[in-house]
Design a protein around this ligand. Structure first.
Ligand code: SAM
Ligand code: SF4
Length: 344
């Protein structure tokens, strides 16, 4: 039943009965890398500073989300969130909220060697670090910057600071790093990191995504099984995007069975269990990565809206969330903004 009226509840519910409790906050659209699947080598026209939410505005919207809308998990992303000077203060403000949300950061880890300890002290719980290759020259080819040593130093610092479990995100690209499924997992197991592979999605600014060229989750699993025995993970998946497997014979840093995940956004969509809501760096609510609509909270913030008015706009935006991303629909259109501007 799709056309029923929106119920008068505090939570971010949609017409399909999903409840969003996991907020992705993009803190900037800028980045110091140029991953080919995300941004063109020459970069993008960045959002003007006046359009980016101030730290106080971000803090207020996170407070509204946690205290009025039932958000329990806040993940900071971008662009590259470590480029945001106010990040430790934003983390500290979120950590001071009650109920305290779980706090994580998705980052390329450049600068994390310096920032890991202060972010931990501010209240950050965990990090997800993007790492597609262990070869310096391939890193340069994928990200257009010679920064692999900085990423590896950032990873070590994150683990040392207790930002655990450290999760790794990897995108495999055909003919570039598609022979690294096993080496990346071996690296993750050796260091006690939890690795997840992400299928490449049509979210690049260049619109160069090609489904035929995409490395599928099935291919990734087949490659992993050549090096490891994977067993079904008995844990409940819930709203988690990754399907996970236990890696026989290995344990994580806490002594639990080690896991590897595959986020099959394209071939095995998990939209029916999605519990995400997204806030862009310029104050737009998005119900989905692939949404073509955004709801402006910045105008309300700057125009004197009360917390409850902001919360109500957010609820209305999420009520309109579509059933799925529709990548397989012949009429699928890539969203107007790329991943770096939406917040991955
Ligand atoms: N800069 C940070 C980073 O790279 O972790 C945070 C933002 S980035 C957009 C978040 C995640 O999205 C990264 O793990 C990245 O690999 C992933 N990503 C970016 N573009 C993608 C695409 N077209 N398909 C799949 N994953 C993508
Ligand atoms: Fe930057 Fe992350 Fe996009 Fe790479 S994936 S260009 S690190 S925002």
């Amino acid at each position: 039943m799709v056309d029923r009226p929106r119920p008068r509840v505090d939570a971010l519910v949609d017409r399909f009965g999903r409840i969003a409790t996991d907020l992705r906050v993009s803190l900037t659209d800028r980045c110091n890398l140029r991953c080919t699947y995300c941004m063109p080598a020459e970069g993008l026209p960045w959002l003007p500073k006046s359009e980016i939410l101030t730290d106080d505005e971000v803090n207020r919207l996170i407070r509204v989300a946690v205290q009025r809308l039932g958000v329990r998990e806040v993940r900071f992303t971008g662009g590259e969130p470590l480029l945001r000077p106010g990040l430790p203060g934003i983390v500290a403000a979120a950590a001071a909220l009650r109920p305290r949300p779980r706090l994580s950061l998705t980052t390329n880890a450049i600068g994390l060697a310096r920032m890991a300890a202060p972010l931990r002290a501010a209240g950050l719980d965990r990090v997800n670090v993007s790492l597609d290759t262990l070869h310096a020259e391939r890193f340069d080819a994928i990200a257009h910057r010679r920064r692999l040593p900085d990423v590896l130093a950032g990873l070590t610092a994150a683990a040392d600071a207790g930002l655990t479990p450290v999760k790794l995100n990897a995108v495999l690209l055909r003919g570039v790093n598609d022979d690294e499924a096993v080496p990346l997992l071996r690296f993750a197991l050796t260091h006690g990191y939890e690795l997840r592979f992400i299928e490449q999605m049509p979210l690049d600014a260049q619109h160069a995504w090609d489904r035929g060229a995409m490395i599928t989750g099935g291919e990734i699993l087949a490659a992993l099984r050549a090096g490891f025995t994977l067993l079904p993970d008995p844990a409940e998946r819930g709203g988690a995007p990754a399907e996970t497997w236990l890696v026989e014979g290995y344990a994580d840093a806490a002594g639990r069975p080690a896991k590897v995940g595959v986020i099959g956004s394209v071939t095995r969509p998990f939209c029916g269990d999605c519990d995400r809501t997204r806030l862009t760096a310029d104050g737009q609510v998005r119900a989905c990565l692939f949404a073509r609509e955004e709801s402006d909270l910045r105008a309300g913030l700057r125009g004197g809206a009360t917390d409850e008015e902001l919360a109500e706009r957010w609820r209305v935006a999420m009520w309109g969330k579509r059933a799925g991303h529709g990548i397989d629909d012949p009429a699928f259109l890539q969203p107007g903004r790329p991943m770096s501007a939406i917040g991955g």
